[in-house]
Design a protein around this ligand. Structure first.
Ligand SMILES: NC(=O)c1ccc[n+]([C@@H]2O[C@H](COP(=O)([O-])OP(=O)(O)OC[C@H]3O[C@@H](n4cnc5c(N)ncnc54)[C@H](OP(=O)(O)O)[C@@H]3O)[C@@H](O)[C@H]2O)c1
Length: 343
């Protein structure tokens, strides 16, 4: 079988396709013959050696990849409710950039008939992220205003459509004009294009009383203003720091990262009580053991997919051997929806 191996941190060329022995499923696991792999921004951070849970759980060399879709190839001991050949998709903690992967049964789900493997592989991570933010961390009510950064990316589009499903008014921020239509199509009530509009004055115009929620994936570039534009009872949910990296660059710019790090605001509990605002941050890769939550979230969203409330995200496909090109595209900051690798 083939997999992408990163021997040490670095640029796009560190993603090397190598041969590896076929993995054996442990008890409770399933070996999947992978047909498509979702690419996430976190995979870039892993490649750069900056992802804490990758260091904690794997080290080097590492095969990135949080989500796959494929067919059941082999059942580990104790797995009795799937058949060899069935189409399954789900989340893995790393290891997904491969033609075969073993994953716990609890992290796999049957692929809905209407979805291709590419659409299925593109679904779990970004939707679970948006779901966790909007439906676990927050207690939203219809009509409330939520601001979402990078609204036309993977997590952004997932958040747009979950927000629409829950009756929220989503204000989607995009970094370039070609992303506007897709953000609107997936549920943005308003779109702010940072390349042509002044971001915060526009937010103030659209939410004069302040925002109920902000989903923050940008980092220092916007964190302070995101918090400032919350209304009392507002919540800032932080799950990414994309702008700490330099667009298009395969290697980190350490000076920029240090500057951005120093610009990250420190939230003071006394001030937060006074302002009546909340801040919460999370990392999905630590949540995969939460089997009840994972099953509940996926079951609900699969129902919403079936009823048409949610739809698959737009995907761009790359051969697995060109994983480096997929990372280059994602780091350009110009992509829309999800990128998927095809073994
Ligand atoms: N904590 C978690 O559990 C978790 C899980 C999934 C994802 N995330 C985070 O959520 C964010 C979105 O992830 P994604 O996989 O869906 O990616 P994505 O949104 O599809 O792509 C990243 C987007 O970020 C913006 N961007 C800003 N600065 C950038 C830079 N220096 N280089 C490249 N892009 C830049 C660009 O959009 P605009 O220019 O339009 O803003 C770009 O399209 C990332 O920060 C990721 O780390 C966190």
């Amino acid at each position: 079988m083939k997999l992408i191996s990163i021997a040490k941190p670095g640029s796009f060329d560190r993603l090397r396709l190598v041969d590896a022995p076929e993995p054996k499923p442990a008890p409770g696991e399933v070996r999947v013959n992978v047909r498509a792999v979702g690419v996430n921004f976190a995979d870039v951070v892993i490649r750069l050696g900056l992802y804490e849970s990758a260091k904690k759980y794997v080290g080097w060399p590492i095969t990135p990849g949080f989500e796959v879709s494929g067919e059941v190839a082999e059942l580990g001991e104790g797995v009795t409710d799937l058949q060899v050949g069935e189409r399954v998709f789900g989340v893995t903690r790393f290891g997904g950039y491969a033609s075969q992967v073993c994953a716990p049964r609890s992290q796999l789900f049957r692929v809905p008939a209407a979805l291709s493997h590419a659409q299925a592989a593109a679904f779990p991570t970004v939707h679970l992220t948006a779901y966790y933010a909007l439906r676990e961390v927050l207690r939203t009510r219809p009509g409330q205003k939520v601001l979402v950064h990078s609204a036309a990316g993977g997590v952004g589009l997932a958040a747009m459509q979950l927000a629409r499903a829950d009756g929220l008014q989503a204000i989607g921020i995009i970094g370039s004009s070609h992303k506007r239509d897709v953000a609107l199509e997936y549920g943005a009530a308003h779109v702010i294009d940072k390349s042509t509009q002044a971001l915060w004055p526009e937010v103030e115009r659209l939410a004069p009383g302040g925002l109920h929620y902000v989903l923050e994936s940008n980092g220092a570039e916007t964190l302070k203003q995101s918090y400032r534009h919350l209304r009392p009872t507002g919540r800032l949910v932080i799950y990414g720091f994309t702008s700490m990296l330099s667009r298009g660059r395969g290697r980190p710019n350490w000076l920029k990262m240090a500057r951005e790090f120093l610009r990250i605001p420190r939230f003071h509990p006394l001030e937060m009580v006074d302002a009546n605002k909340g801040v919460i941050a999370f990392n999905l890769s630590y949540l995969f053991e939460e089997q009840g939550m994972l099953a509940e979230s996926m079951t609900r969203m699969l129902g919403e997919l079936e009823s048409g409330v949610l739809k698959p995200l737009p995907v761009s496909e790359f051969p697995l051997s060109e994983a480096g090109e997929a990372h280059r595209a994602l780091q350009s900051g110009a992509t829309v929806g999800k990128l998927v690798l095809v073994p």
